[in-house]
Design a binder for this molecule. Structure first.
Ligand code: SF4
Length: 479
């Protein structure tokens, strides 16, 4: 699998993506479909408003008690027979997973879909240590075959069309003839994966919600691969970020009503798995050993900032990216990190640091479409603005790399701008000069070059608004 960059070049990659008509068509088609399916699910505005307020409240209540609930979760899971591990960094989490597998003598691993393990680059780590982890979610399986990273957090191979997948399967699956028939392609993946499920020494999965009250791990999915990965092999390792905890079992229902409807426009996913522990005596299936790895990776730092902590409410539905005018045009790989789109633009700089992901909060028009569709009411544009500020004027030690976006040229530019707007006299002289001479400025001057690259040159008005108002008698300003 392609390993993500530790720094991003969003602008450069976006330019490449915008010039790729196939990629743009793939995304446009997919995102239009997802947006209309979601809109059909939430046609009753009153229901939507009430439900998302409930979802936001459930998540906010859990986060308000996060340390306490995590301890309760650990105690309940331990009592249920699950071994709980804590990892502060992705390196620690990788080491924990590897150690569990090595202790069990596991060489073959089947994986359910998990964005946290993408964040850890777990597959690459296991492979480097002689353990082959096969992705069993169809989308993840496809991108694993292609050697790529996911481009979407719910539909990882959404950037590919069926012709590309047909070519990939014919090239990478032994004995697979070329076909563009979607049912035949799905059957080919199913056939290839069946044996992997049966052979696997261990299964690894993510977690959608972890219920502290009962010590229950909730996993939702459509393909049954999650259930097979967590019940067939003798060992199951679940991996999750610490923020996924919920207070009570009753809290799961409103979130289950929001997540699939927001994500894929489904009323409910085909499978809702609730795992409370390993197989008990007399039970016919289930793993003999279950582990949960709780990953921090900067989340407790985010938790310490009362405003930015809203980021942790996310239930990874992807509605924000499906509706984002930037994501839908450039696709997920442009972001360079595990989480693309609006949630990535606020989460990535906080967990990776503004010093290496500082351009992410700027990859937004601040149009607010993401906040309008977010089922847990995360104020994404406000958090983007806050992170942009933190990049130049750090106010909180909770933000890693704060102040790293400062540059002398920008400081001088904004200093000049402040001086201009603080003095009415200088402001009037400069706007007068622009009115008189601005139109003589060639489009290629540094001030206009970026703007005029894809737009016509703005025409400066000969008279300022104040002058026009005075002429028409709207102003008492006699200066
Ligand atoms: S930020 Fe909101 S809309 Fe985006 S993935 Fe998270 S929950 Fe879904």
């Amino acid at each position: 699998m392609a390993v993500e960059a530790r720094t991003s070049d969003f602008g450069g990659k976006a330019r490449v993506a915008l010039n790729d008509p196939k990629l743009r068509a793939n995304f446009r088609r997919a995102m239009d479909g997802l947006m209309s399916k979601r809109a059909a699910q939430f046609s009753d505005k009153e229901e939507w408003t009430a439900l998302r307020a409930r979802g936001a409240a459930v998540r906010a209540r859990a986060l308000a008690r996060l340390p306490e609930l995590l301890e309760q979760l650990e105690a309940k899971l331990t009592a249920n027979g699950v071994t709980v591990h804590w990892a502060e960094t992705t390196a620690e989490a990788n080491a924990v997973v590897l150690e569990i597998l090595q202790k069990a003598g596991a060489r073959r691993v089947i994986k359910g879909k998990s964005m946290v393990t993408e964040e850890m680059h777990l597959n690459a780590h296991l492979e480097a240590n002689g353990i082959r982890a096969v992705e069993s979610d169809l989308g993840e399986y496809i991108i694993q075959l292609a050697g790529q990273a996911p481009s979407h957090i719910v539909m990882p191979c959404i950037h590919m069309n069926k012709v590309e997948i047909a070519e990939l399967f014919a090239a990478r699956i032994e004995g697979q003839p070329y076909t563009e028939n979607v049912d035949e392609l799905t059957a080919a993946a199913r056939k290839a994966l069946r044996d992997r499920f049966a052979d696997a020494d261990a299964g690894i999965s993510g977690v959608n919600f972890a219920v502290a009250e009962t010590g229950t791990l909730v996993l939702i999915e459509n393909e049954g691969n999650g259930r097979l990965s967590t019940t067939l092999p003798p060992l199951h390792i679940a991996v999750t970020g610490i923020e996924k905890v919920l207070e009570k079992l009753d809290d799961v229902a409103p979130l289950l009503s929001l997540l699939p409807r927001s994500a894929t426009g489904q009323v409910v996913t085909t499978y809702v798995n609730m795992i409370s522990g390993p197989r008990k005596p007399g039970e016919k299936d289930g793993p003999k050993e279950v582990h949960l790895v709780l990953l921090d990776n900067g989340r407790s730092r985010v938790f310490c900032d009362t405003e930015l902590a809203d980021t942790l409410r996310c239930i990874r539905c992807a509605a924000c990216m499906n509706h984002c005018p930037v994501y839908t045009r450039v696709g997920g790989h442009t972001y360079s990190f595990t989480y693309p789109g609006p949630i990535g633009k606020i989460l990535t700089p906080q967990i990776e640091g503004l010093d290496c992901a500082g351009d992410q909060p700027h990859a937004s028009t601040l149009c607010g479409a993401c906040a309008e569709v977010c089922p847990v009411q995360i104020p994404i544009p406000d958090l983007l603005a806050r992170l942009r500020t933190e990049a130049v004027h750090p106010t909180s030690i909770a933000v890693k790399g704060g102040g790293s976006g400062r540059s002398l040229a920008e400081s001088l530019g904004w200093g000049g701008w402040t001086a201009l707007y603080s003095s009415p006299l200088i402001y009037r002289i400069s706007t007068r000069l622009l009115g008189l001479f601005g139109n003589l400025m060639p489009a290629c001057t540094p001030m206009l070059r970026e703007w005029t690259r894809i737009r016509s040159k703005p025409k400066f008005a000969a008279k300022s608004l104040h002058e026009l108002a005075r002429e028409r008698g709207f102003s008492n300003d006699e200066r």
